[in-house]
Design a protein around this ligand. Structure first.
Ligand code: PGA
Length: 263
């Protein structure tokens, strides 16, 4: 696989454990009337697994192939005796084209460690899906001066498990754990600093060309009121939005923001 040459900004909605199939249909209908398709950016939704098919059906009914679809998680195996789990080939079969790996809530609540995140990223790529690999430090790690060490460890665990030709195909999300769902957003300068560390860490394992072309999203309390300053921050190539993506009006405003990222 070639390095990621699609450098368009990505606006991604992580619904977490919100919106069943019915609410998903209603949301897509509303969002489609609030946000016009644009060729200069990508819009991706990560609904709960139970609502993936409903999302695909609703987007088709609204004639909106531009609204891309991702899973929030997949198992480290492709099939087997893993009650309640779903695998990358299964979500691919359901018409999904992206998947998150290593969201901090998965790491914290479900024990996904670096090795599991690396394995999941491999399964996602093997299924032909585009991974969004999530990294980020806790407040304790930041306060202890470990920002760089944590990000380097999380990035290299994934990249070193992949073949050289897979390494350029990833999308990354930097999400400081202390900014997720807290209303506390990283200052644009802090986001830029962390994105630069992630990019350097990518370069250390995968080389400078892949680092330069990597798409790195920011996540953590993104909302209509701060999207412009975050997208203007150096090195921010898009956003992964939780709470504010649940309201179609707020997420449409975020997706329609006026500035492209500056490198
Ligand atoms: P938040 O979540 O926007 O609600 O902070 C972001 C995320 O966890 O992806």
């Amino acid at each position: 696989m070639m390095p990621n040459h699609d450098r368009r900004p990505v606006f991604a909605a992580n619904w977490k454990m919100h919106k069943g199939p019915q609410a998903t249909h209603e949301y897509v209908g509303a969002f489609a009337s609030l946000y016009e398709a644009r060729s200069d950016r990508r819009v991706v939704f990560f609904p709960p697994a139970i609502s993936l098919v409903a999302f695909r059906e609703a987007a088709a009914a609204a004639d909106r192939p531009d609204l891309e679809l991702g899973a929030q998680d997949v198992h480290t195996a492709t099939e087997g005796a893993h009650t309640s789990a779903i695998s990358a080939p299964m979500v691919a079969e359901a018409g999904v084209t992206w998947s998150l790996a290593g969201h901090s809530e998965r790491r914290r609540e479900f024990g996904d460690d670096d090795a599991a995140v690396a394995a999941k990223t491999g399964r996602i790529l093997e299924a032909g899906l585009a991974p969004v690999v999530c990294v980020g430090e806790t407040l304790e790690e930041r306060d202890a001066g470990n920002l760089r060490a944590v990000l380097e460890r999380q990035v290299s665990a994934v990249l070193s498990s992949l073949s050289p030709d897979q390494r350029g195909t990833l999308t990354w999300a930097y999400e400081p754990v202390w900014a997720i769902g807290t209303g506390r957003t990283a200052a644009p300068a802090d986001a830029s600093e962390a994105h630069a560390i992630v990019r350097e860490a990518i370069g250390a394992t995968a080389g400078g060309d892949i680092a330069a072309s990597a798409v790195i999203l920011y996540g953590g309390s993104v909302k209509p009121g701060n999207i412009d300053e975050l997208m203007a921050a150096t090195g921010v190539d898009g956003v992964l939005v939780g709470g504010a993506s649940l309201d179609p009006r707020d997420f449409a405003a975020i997706c329609a923001c006026g500035t492209d990222s500056e490198r």
